[in-house]
Design a protein around this ligand. Structure first.
Ligand code: CP
Length: 313
């Protein structure tokens, strides 16, 4: 099946077949990351701009590494070092970048819809969403699904608990779309102030009364970071209280299936949404998620590039 999308703006606009193709392509690229010489010529001659207007460690580095391992020329620009600080608009910035003839712009932006705005205005290059406000983080959901499939052997039929600040979480939104399309069931839990009304309409979702209901017999437990930087008002009494009611610890994790995996998109607030013992415990697959991030992003860059052969040798 050929990939029909010029841009990757969100999981919402991808089909189940698209997701399967991306995951299978990621699996095929993953092996390259274990070689002595981690480079293939797939995207030789292509230019990728990583434009990050918000902080990032994992996403930015892995998109850059993914591009380099595919032999693309990768260039990074950040909000604080660009002419955005002099008042240039996002559209002007992007059109000036496009004038230099890149093939792909990977963008992270604090405003929901920023990648869509650019995709409508840019004529030649592809746009890949690396996280837009509280809207979507498609590459994160895809690496999460790749990790689930790797550890559980399937996605269909999995019971996946997602716990925390759902309102501000683009990771939760993209995972709800992706998991629902792939036949998994999502259980959400979080303080009432962090659970947006109507969230269950996004997919195969059950909103649970508390963390314990959400994680009982779950195959996957995904904990989310409290995004204090996106909260315009105080939505929780204290971090200590949050940890008590919504933190994953060595006691409550026993409610999940014995072979359940524990995931977190990072960065973690240790001692808040997840205890250090669980974060570093045998059920955690958190660094596998990070490793799979490179493979999934290689797949995304390759598929939007329109290049015909993967050239993995
Ligand atoms: N998961 C994630 O998006 O992490 P970064 O903010 O470090 O990119």
């Amino acid at each position: 099946m050929a990939f029909q999308h010029k841009h990757i703006l969100g999981i919402e606009s991808l089909s189940r077949e698209d997701i399967e193709l991306i995951l299978n392509t990621g699996d095929a690229f993953k092996e390259i990351n274990g070689r002595d010489i981690k480079k293939v010529p797939t995207l030789r001659g292509k230019t990728i701009i990583n434009a990050f207007f918000e902080a990032s460690t994992r996403t930015r580095l892995s998109f850059e590494i993914a591009g380099k391992r595919l032999s693309a020329d990768t260039v990074n620009i950040s909000g604080s070092t660009s002419s955005v600080v002099k008042g240039e608009t996002l559209e002007d910035t992007a059109k000036n970048i496009e004038a230099m003839a890149p093939d792909i712009i990977v963008i992270r932006h604090g405003h929901s819809g920023a990648p869509h705005y650019l995709a409508e205005r840019l004529e030649t290059c592809s746009v890949v969403n690396a996280g837009d406000g509280a809207h979507e983080h498609p590459s994160q959901a895809l690496l999460d699904l790749m990790t689930m499939r790797e550890h559980k052997g399937r996605i269909e039929g999995l019971e996946v608990a997602i716990v925390g600040d759902i309102t501000h979480s683009r990771v939760a939104r993209s995972n709800i779309y992706a998991l629902s399309k792939m036949g998994a069931r999502v259980r959400l839990a979080g303080p009432g102030t962090m659970l947006p009304p109507g969230i269950e309409r996004l997919g195969n979702v059950e909103v649970c009364a508390n963390l314990l209901d959400a994680i009982k017999d779950a195959d996957v437990v995904m904990m989310l970071r409290i995004q204090l930087e996106r909260q315009s008002q105080t939505l929780l009494p204290s971090l200590r209280e949050y940890a008590r009611f919504y933190g994953l610890n060595t006691e409550n994790i026993k409610l999940a299936k014995e072979d359940a995996i524990v995931m977190h998109p990072g960065p973690m607030n240790r001692g808040v949404e997840i205890s250090t013992y669980v974060a570093d415990g045998i059920q955690n697959v958190i660094l596998d998620q990070v490793a799979n991030g490179v493979a999934v992003r290689m797949a995304l860059l390759y598929l939007v590039s329109g290049v015909e052969s993967m050239q993995t040798q």
